[in-house]
Design a protein around this ligand. Structure first.
Ligand code: COA
Length: 164
């Protein structure tokens, strides 16, 4: 039994733990150093009025994953474009939790008047590519060898959804 709701300040220990799994053990996230709950909470809080973050929780209220939106680029004309991301607890991947969470984030972005969502995916990441394409995102380009992690180069693909 799980549910979706907007992220709250008390969720960030769990959000940081999920994020740090991908930072420290994979090239899915291009960070090298673990992030703290306070750092992530500050990012969320600074942008809260504009960019939604949602969490999936279980019946006991435990955070199972989160989907976030944020600035794509800072200049004024980019105001209606947002970069989105989604991370589930590793043991819960592949069970269909991602789509409803990401769909709810996209619905919230639509209701806030955003025009375009961009997902940047460090490649390879078959599950994320599949999720984005299932929700209507279209591949719009790839930056070859955009990041170097664990002694190898990774391309960064961009997928876009016009929210219309
Ligand atoms: C990406 C992620 C959010 C997808 O959510 P999920 O609940 O695991 O996805 P689902 O179980 O609904 O699977 C999505 C699709 O990908 C497919 N898929 C899942 N794992 C796969 C894999 N390892 N290889 C190929 N396809 C895969 C599923 O079959 C499904 O396809 P379908 O729509 O045809 O049924 C989740 O796996 C995750 O958090 N991964 C780690 C973090 C991450 O990669 N975040 C995205 C950063 S860009």
């Amino acid at each position: 039994m799980s549910g979706l709701r907007p992220a709250a300040a008390g969720d960030f220990d769990a959000i940081a733990a999920i994020t740090n799994h991908y930072i420290t053990t994979t090239a899915i996230h291009f960070g090298y150093e673990p992030v703290t709950a306070d750092e992530l909470r500050a990012v969320w809080q600074d942008q809260l009025a504009v960019y939604p973050w949602l969490v999936t929780v279980d019946a006991a209220g435990r955070v199972l994953g989160y989907a976030k939106s944020g600035s794509y680029r800072a200049r004024a004309a980019y105001r209606w474009t947002t970069e989105t991301g989604i991370y589930l607890a590793p043991e819960l991947c592949g069970r269909g939790l991602g789509a409803p969470l990401y769909r709810a984030l996209l619905d919230e972005l639509r209701s806030r008047g955003f025009h375009s969502a961009i997902g940047g995916i460090a490649l390879p990441n078959a599950a994320s590519v599949r999720l984005h394409e299932r929700l209507g995102f279209v591949h719009v380009g790839t930056i070859a060898q955009a990041g170097r992690k664990f002694d190898r180069w990774h391309d960064l693909g961009f997928w876009q959804l016009l929210l219309g």
